[in-house]
Every structure is written in structure tokens, then in C-alpha cells.
Design a protein around this ligand. Structure first.
Ligand code: 6R9
Length: 646
């Protein structure tokens, strides 16, 4: 039996959603989804209110997902304009720089004006409704301004995490045919500079990127960069003389809002497409309920805008709700391991949302750095991105939250747009490591490998049997891939790629990915991506990549590499290959272990047996399972003997 942390009294009495509300509202939401979501949609300002609420089929032969189809709205106007009357002077964004001496507050009125000016600048450069704009930025307010300016004029943004390499950026620009790139001279994280503009320059020399006409550069660090006329334009020069008023483009609810690339189990990253109306209804409502948002909260989500958490819960959810949202440029351990807690005191943060990997890293530093700050303002903690182990959960609760703050462990994905399974702090008792219960309107189920839905307490693969407004609508430019990836494994259901257990109280416990996706420090990577980077090296014949347990990162990357005939393995070559992957993809994809494999375990039909490689990497050589289908069983014994960490 796992320990139960009941809803704290302070929340029980006055939370947005209380104990008696949850079961009633949940039942209502799944009995009559259209009626329920019609009511929730009223929280937004519509230019034309939707009358057609839900039109969905998960049948692969007729797949369609439409919410609020005849509604018309503008996402940026919902995040800005409608707050001006009552909240014009309220702080919309608190920017906290990498350097602890740098911070800035931007009011709703100021943010509105800047977004309008940038939207006018984009229009002036020929960006029109439906055009794609790449945003490759540090965590600075201009990143949010650029996103909102796109939304204002109906352009589709594609934010690319600033840690990605020129090649990764180029691939994403090419896939969606971006017309313009917004970047900064450099980013800074933990005192180290990241050459963003130089990376853009390099990316734009790659094939397939000729769609880019303009590069807009924010002067952030003032570092020296090369500007190419007429392609490159300074943000601050462009903004001069732009009107601080730009009428919001009326957009259909199902018009695209953004594309965000994410890794899958096969092939190149997919361009996950989210649309306007359903997405905004869903992220604003989940943000309010899960974080029990109040008018005077200071909310801080530490995610980067390059990931979906940054989209939904740094920018769109909080701003649609008129909240004060913190944007943090830095890292948890700079200048020291007390940084998060110092920032919480400095800005009187009340709601704090971060990733298990950060909690585990800070936990290693002991309690002293936490105790240096009072954290008295905190009232709620959240986690996202990967399963949180009970030790980290308990530490977060006891040390960071002083045992007073509930924890919301929020399970969701880039594809889901917003939170699907999470505690509601005033309504649902928490169990450490469990994401707890589904959000309103969300219908999870657990299936066996044949797709039979299991009942009661059980374990298996996690699916969703019905849609919710924030669901992705397609893979950009490849609708068939959308159908094949999510709706073919278990006909009539959306397959999450995650495994899960459900206990006797109906609580969900996410056990991690069951496909070839690995989750390294909360960053999603496809093993196939890392493999294809490795085999692109001239000395590599073959590579197989699996996840392995890692104390801080949750999962690490374990690579098996077969060299070409005649190439000798060496430590220098191992370093070179590791460096190669960092350059090809990103430092987040750095292999933790790289083992030479004279050959890889394969079936007689030539398939690599990853299950076996996983067991070797997990140091469970006695659990290799059935090896009778191996073409050459001696291969495995060799690999076990040479395993890198014992
Ligand atoms: C939001 C985000 C999605 C994958 C998902 C799952 C893992 C996310 C989790 C969690 C356990 C949680 N995941 N939240 N696992 N508990 N609270 O992270 O999106 O980057 O697309 O990753 O992350 O495996 O399938 P994304």
C-alpha cells in the first residue's frame, strides 16, 4: 500500500475544484462531452461563438478530430487584449535572467503593445496568415512575444529548442517550409554562451532551407555576429516606428496555431500540429484547475519554450488566464544549487512547476541550499516530463514544500497539448509517484498487447478512448503518419506509447515508454534518431541505441556501435563519436555509454533484438529472456562480457 497525502485543509475549503466537485464534474464531462466542453469554451472571448462543439472519429478509415469547428477567435487577443481593461497594469511576464542581477517585469499593457508592434513588423516583411515562422530563441520575453505576434496575424509558429544543432534546426525549417526565422545573437545558460545566430547561419546553408527569406535577430548578449544584408534584420530596428496597435486576425477554431517537432519511435521528428480554439480552451482550463490559479498568484514553470510545456504552461495557458508567469533563462545550479529557491523568494512565487530530473539533481546537493531560502510564498508544487520516483517526490514535498504544499504530478505529451492525468490539489488525495486521476473529459484505458481493455487494478499500455479539445490534429505534411502512429496499434483508440498501471483506487501510475522513445532528463528522443546520427559517421557500420537507468536523468543513452571493417576501436574514437552525436543532434542526445559491438544480436531475419540490448544496458544479463531466435547466440555473451558499467 502506498502512502496517501490527503488534500491539505487550506485547499479543501477554497480550491477551484473541491472534493465533491471532482467526481460529479468528471461524470458529467464524460457523459456529455459536447455539453461539458461547450460550457468550458465560454471562458474565452470568441469573435463568433462555436455552435458545433465536437466532431470526432478515432476510426483509422475516417479519422477526424474537430472541436468548436464554426467558432472564430484570435488566440493572442485572448491572451492580451481582453485583460487590458482589468489587468492592464498587472505583470504578465517576470523575466529572470541567467545572471541573477538581471530581471524585468512586463505588464499586460506593455506586452500587448510589443506583440502588436512585432506583429506589424512581421506583416511588413510579408508574413501572412498560414505562413510558417521558426522561432529559435533563448528563454527571453521576446520568444513569447514572437509566438503571440504569429498568433495575432494567423501565422503558424514552429519553436525549435535553442539547444538543437544547426542540422536539427535545418531539418525542422525544411520540413515546414518556414519563411522567416526569429533568433537572438546568443543565448546564455549557466554563464555559457550559445551561438544561436551562428547556428542559424549554418542551418541556412543546408539543403531545403531556401524558403527562409528573413532572419530577425534580437540583440541579447551583444556578442559579435555576422549580419547578412538583406536577409538579416535587427529586432530593435524593425520595431522602431511600428504601430502599437494591430487588429487581431479572426481565425477559425480549427486553423493551425503552431507546429512543434517531437521524437517518435521511428524516423525523423514529427511536426505535431495544434489548432487554435480547442487548444486554448484546454490549456487555459487545465492551467486554472490543476494549479488552482488565483488572481494574485505568481506562477513559475521552469520549462523552456522550445518544449510543449513551455508553450502550454509558460505562455498560452497562463496568459489566457491573465496570470503572472515567470520566464527563467538560466539553469537550476547557477550560480549555485540554491538558484531555484532564491528566485522563488525574489519574486514571491506561489505556484512552482518543474521536472523530476531537476528535483533529483538538486536533491543530491542536500537540504542546505533549499533552506537558504524561505520559500514562504509557495503554496503548490508540480512536476512533469517523466515518472517521478517516490524518493524525489517525498523530498520535493518535505524539503522544498516544507510538507505544506500539495504536489500535482501531471502526465501529458506534446501530442495531447495539455495535462490529461493529474491530481487537482483541492480534490484528489496524492500518492507519491502516481499521476492520480484523469482530468475532466479525459478517458484513459489500459489495454493488453492485443488491445483488449482491462478492468480494475491492472497493468498494460495506456490509451485514450475519446478525444479532448487540446489533442493534436495531424502530423504537419503527413496525415497518414499521424493515423499510422497513433491509431493503428489499437483500432479506435489513441495510443500514447506509455505503459501504465491502475491501482484499486483507479489511480494511474505511468511506468514509462513502451516504444523506442527514451526520456533523457525529461527530453524526448527517438533511439532511431541517435542511431542514424551515429551511422552517418564515416567509420560506423551499424549502431543500436537503448535507454538505461540513470540516477539524475531518469534514463541515459546507451549506444552499441559496430565499426566498419578495418577501423580499430579506441578511446579517442569513442570521444569523437560522442562529440559527433552532440553536433548532429544536440548536447541533450549525448550518449552516456558507447560500447563497441563487434556484432549486434539479430534474429535470423536480421532484426536487431533491442530487448536483449536493453537488458544488457540495464545490467540484467540473467534476464535476457528467450534467446533462441538469435542468429548467433555468442554475440550476446561477448556484449555482456564487455558491458561498460558493472
Ligand atoms: C509534457 C511532456 C511525453 C512523455 C510521455 C511520458 C513522459 C510526461 C509525465 C511522464 C510520467 C509524468 N511523461 N509527464 N511520465 N509521469 N507526469 O513531457 O511532453 O516531451 O512530449 O513527453 O513524457 O512518457 O509520453 P513530451
Amino acid at each position: 500500500m502506498s502512502k496517501i497525502y490527503p488534500v491539505p485543509a487550506a485547499f479543501a475549503a477554497r480550491a477551484r475544484v473541491r472534493k465533491d466537485d471532482y467526481a460529479r464534474l468528471y461524470a458529467e464531462s464524460v457523459r456529455d462531452p459536447a455539453g461539458f466542453w461547450a460550457g468550458v469554451a465560454k471562458r474565452l472571448d470568441w469573435i463568433r461563438a462555436p455552435t458545433r462543439i465536437k466532431d470526432v472519429s478515432f476510426d483509422a478509415r475516417d479519422l477526424h478530430i474537430r472541436w468548436y469547428e464554426d467558432g472564430v477567435l484570435n488566440v493572442a487577443a485572448n491572451c492580451l487584449d481582453r485583460h487590458l481593461a482589468a489587468r492592464g497594469d498587472k505583470t504578465a511576464i517576470i523575466f529572470e535572467g541567467d545572471d541573477p542581477a538581471v530581471s524585468r517585469r512586463i505588464s499586460y499593457r506593455e506586452l500587448h503593445a510589443e506583440v502588436c508592434r512585432f506583429a506589424n513588423a512581421l506583416k511588413h516583411l510579408g508574413v501572412r496568415r498560414g505562413d510558417r515562422v521558426a522561432i529559435y530563441m533563448p528563454m527571453i520575453p521576446e520568444a513569447a512575444m514572437a509566438m503571440l505576434a504569429c498568433a495575432r496575424i494567423g501565422a503558424i509558429h514552429s519553436v525549435v529548442f535553442g539547444g538543437f544543432s544547426p542540422d536539427s534546426l535545418a531539418g525542422r525549417i525544411a520540413d515546414s517550409g518556414c519563411k522567416l526565422v526569429v533568433t537572438a545573437d546568443e543565448g546564455v545558460r549557466g554563464g555559457r554562451k550559445i551561438p544561436l545566430k551562428a547556428n542559424v547561419d549554418e542551418a541556412l546553408t543546408r539543403p531545403g532551407t531556401t524558403s527562409v527569406e528573413t532572419v530577425i535577430v534580437v540583440r541579447h548578449t551583444g556578442g559579435g555576429i555576422a549580419m547578412q544584408a538583406p536577409r538579416d534584420r535587427w529586432w530593435h530596428v524593425l520595431m522602431e516606428g511600428q504601430a502599437a496597435d494591430c487588429p487581431p486576425e479572426p481565425m477559425g477554431a480549427e486553423d493551425p496555431l503552431f507546429i512543434l517537432y517531437t521524437s517518435g519511435s521511428t524516423g525523423k521528428p514529427k511536426g505535431v500540429l495544434h489548432t487554435s480554439g480547442g487548444y486554448l480552451v484546454f490549456v487555459s482550463y487545465t492551467h486554472e484547475c490543476v494549479f488552482d490559479l488565483r488572481e494574485d498568484d505568481v506562477y513559475w514553470c521552469t520549462a523552456d519554450v522550445g518544449w510543449v510545456t513551455g508553450h502550454s504552461y509558460v505562455v498560452y495557458g497562463p496568459l489566457a488566464n491573465g496570470a503572472t508567469t515567470v520566464m527563467f533563462e538560466g539553469v537550476p545550479n547557477y550560480p549555485d544549487a540554491s538558484r531555484f529557491w532564491q528566485v522563488i523568494d525574489k519574486h514571491a512565487v506561489t505556484l512552482f512547476y518543474t521536472a523530476p530530473t531537476a528535483i533529483r539533481a538538486l536533491m543530491r546537493e542536500g537540504e542546505a541550499p533549499v533552506k537558504k531560502a524561505s520559500r514562504a510564498s509557495l503554496r503548490l508544487l508540480g512536476t512533469v516530463g517523466e515518472p517521478i520516483n517516490p524518493e524525489a517526490w517525498e523530498w520535493y514535498h518535505r524539503v522544498v514544500g516544507d510538507g505544506r504544499c500539495p504536489i500535482v504530478d501531471t502526465w501529458w505529451q506534446t501530442e495531447t497539448g495539455g495535462i490529461l492525468i493529474s491530481a487537482l490539489p483541492g480534490a484528489i488525495d496524492q500518492k507519491p509517484s502516481s499521476a492520480t486521476l484523469p482530468f475532466f473529459g479525459v478517458k484513459p484505458a489500459i489495454v493488453d498487447t492485443d488491445g483488449h481493455v482491462k478492468e480494475g487494478a491492472c497493468e498494460g499500455n495506456l490509451v485514450l478512448t475519446d478525444s479532448w479539445p487540446g489533442q493534436m490534429r495531424t502530423v504537419y505534411g503527413d496525415h497518414q503518419r499521424f493515423i499510422d502512429t497513433y491509431f493503428k496499434t489499437y483500432p479506435g483508440m489513441y495510443f500514447t506509447g506509455d505503459g501504465a498501471r491502475r491501482d484499486e483506487d483507479g489511480y494511474y501510475w505511468i511506468t514509462g515508454r513502451v516504444d523506442d522513445v527514451i526520456n533523457v532528463a525529461g527530453h524526448r528522443l527517438g533511439t532511431a534518431e541517435v542511431e542514424s546520427a551515429l551511422v552517418a559517421h564515416p567509420k560506423v557500420a551499424e549502431a543500436a541505441v537503448v535507454g538505461c537507468p540513470h540516477d539524475v536523468k531518469g534514463q541515459g543513452i546507451y549506444a552499441y556501435v559496430t565499426l566498419k571493417v578495418g577501423v580499430q576501436p579506441s578511446d579517442a574514437l569513442r570521444k569523437e563519436l560522442i562529440e559527433w552525436v552532440r553536433k548532429e543532434i544536440s548536447p541533450i542526445a549525448t550518449p552516456d555509454y558507447l560500447q563497441w559491438a563487434p556484432s549486434l544480436p539479430k534474429t535470423r531475419s536480421g532484426k536487431i533484438m533491442r530487448r536483449i540490448l536493453r537488458k544488457i544496458a540495464e545490467n540484467q544479463p540473467d534476464q535476457l529472456g528467450d534467446t533462441s531466435t538469435l542468429a548467433d547466440p555468442s554475440v550476446v555473451q561477448n556484449l555482456v562480457g564487455e558491458r561498460l558499467v558493472k
